[in-house]
Design a protein around this ligand. Structure first.
Ligand code: EPZ
Length: 417
């Protein structure tokens, strides 16, 4: 398995172009199942997860053509099974459930199972499909769903905000007969991006970006061309790379409005953030001050930036209280940061971080996507050689990480066992 060898202690300075958003691209690719024409997606990042989604769509019989950053999806589904060996590699595979039901009235999707950050149930996805008239049974580790006379519009009220369940509901409702209402919907930019793409395909959607989305079902969805929004989590990660190394990075294509919660916190921690219109400049000018955060669904502080922020707080002045409210086990990076000399105490969903002047280089192990990049940030800020193992986690969500950071002065080398 590959490791990343990092010689840290160098302030990062330079320009980085932010790639398309993984968490927008995956539902958008799944939406390719509902078009009876061709969906052409631009700015699709080259990631392990987007490649897995391409394999899954081809498994269903779709024609999927990748040409650089463009992915074209068309054809007809011939296989309605999403098998465990594909789904277990990428939980977002559950996003084929709504499209298959909406367009074909049937789907057999393996239960994704949990992952490092939590049990990751899919009960809210199932609730949404049932609200639209689907008959859903769980058997042999699979979700077996059918809607022999198609889906019918309905009202689904989510007891908690779920990005994926909102996306499945949105795609399913687009082809359901009649009106649908999605209450307590997720408000993430990726939801808005998906809705805009579906509207381009012919869907009738309003309220996307708010907590109540209204959909008027249509008979068919056709061709569309859509650009994937930039990845706000990648941009936020690199903003914290500038802060933690005391450097200055200019992030091109990033959308400041997608990162208000992070930038508010960074500014209160003494990091300078400047919106240059088509780019964001982040400078870590010296000492960072500890700041408390609580993760929340958008527009709150993103759970996907919590691990990276914790790495930054390990080197801040003072103590920081980090509360993770979205996932039940998203502190897997803590023991690894402690190996580097960080002072962190965890009590349930709260981590208390006492900042230190410096960390010590060490071999550490990645456990999940965002935990792995938090270890990279800590290593970049630490003089000496650290090694991050199991970086296949990184490759799921960051394209060309070494190239992008390397062009800004990071000394990182990928080494095999
Ligand atoms: C999406 O996951 C993202 N993944 C995650 O990013 C992100 O952390 C998460 O949203 C929250 O923003 C993609 O978009 C591909 P949820 P998702 O459903 O949809 C519980 C990354 O690092 N829940 O909003 O799976 C769930 O257990 C990844 O890029 C249920 O209880 O997240 C969690 O506690 C990690 N039942 C909470 O809701 C359900 O049916 C929020 O999960 C569904 C979810």
């Amino acid at each position: 398995m590959d490791r990343l060898r990092i010689d840290g202690g160098v302030p990062l300075t330079g320009d980085i172009t932010i790639s398309g958003a993984k968490n927008a691209a995956l539902p958008l690719m799944a939406a390719g199942l509902v078009t009876d024409g061709t969906l052409t997606l631009g700015n699709v990042p080259h990631l392990v997860d987007t490649a897995s989604m391409e394999v899954l769509l081809r498994n269903h019989g779709m024609d999927v053509i990748r040409d650089g950053e463009t992915v074209s999806i068309g054809g007809t589904v011939t296989n309605f099974d999403a098998p465990y060996d594909l789904v277990r590699k990428m939980r977002a595979s559950i996003l084929v459930l709504g499209p298959l039901l909406a367009r074909y009235g049937q789907a057999r999707v393996s239960l994704p199972g949990g992952c490092a950050i939590g049990t990751r149930p899919v009960d809210l996805h199932i609730r949404a499909m049932q609200a639209f008239g689907a008959i859903v049974e769980l058997a042999d580790g699979y979700i077996q769903a059918r809607a022999p006379s198609g889906l019918t519009g309905g009202r689904v009220v989510f007891p908690m905000v779920s990005v994926g369940a909102t996306e499945n509901a949105l795609i399913a409702a687009s082809l359901a007969k009649g009106e649908s209402e999605i209450v307590n919907a997720a408000r993430e930019p990726e939801i808005i991006d998906l809705a805009e793409c579906l509207i381009a395909m012919g869907a009738k959607i309003s309220g996307h970006g708010t907590d109540t989305i209204m959909v008027e079902g249509v008979d068919r969805l056709g061709d569309a061309t859509h650009q994937v929004i930039p990845d706000r989590i990648e941009a936020g990660t690199f903003a914290m790379a500038a802060a933690i190394t005391g450097g200055e990075l200019t992030l091109h294509k990033a959308r400041p409005r997608h990162l208000d919660a992070l930038f508010d916190v960074l500014k209160s921690a003494g990091v300078s953030v400047t919106d240059n219109g088509d780019a964001i400049q982040v400078s870590g000018n010296g000492q960072v001050t500890s700041t408390d955060i609580t993760t929340d669904p958008f527009p709150g502080f993103p759970t996907d930036l919590q691990a990276q922020f914790m790495a930054l707080m390990c080197l801040a002045e003072g103590s920081s209280r980090i509360s993770e409210t979205v996932f039940e086990n998203r502190f897997m990076h803590v023991p690894e940061l402690v190996r580097m000399g960080a002072d962190i105490q965890v009590d349930g969903g709260v981590a208390m971080v006492r900042g230190r002047p410096s960390l010590t280089p060490a071999p550490v192990m990645a456990t999940d996507l965002r935990a792995s990049v938090s270890l990279v940030l800590a290593a970049l800020a630490t003089k000496g050689t650290s090694e991050v193992s199991r970086i296949y986690h990184l490759d799921r969500g960051y394209s060309d990480l070494e190239t992008k950071l390397g062009s800004c002065g990071a000394r990182m080398e990928r080494v095999g066992d």
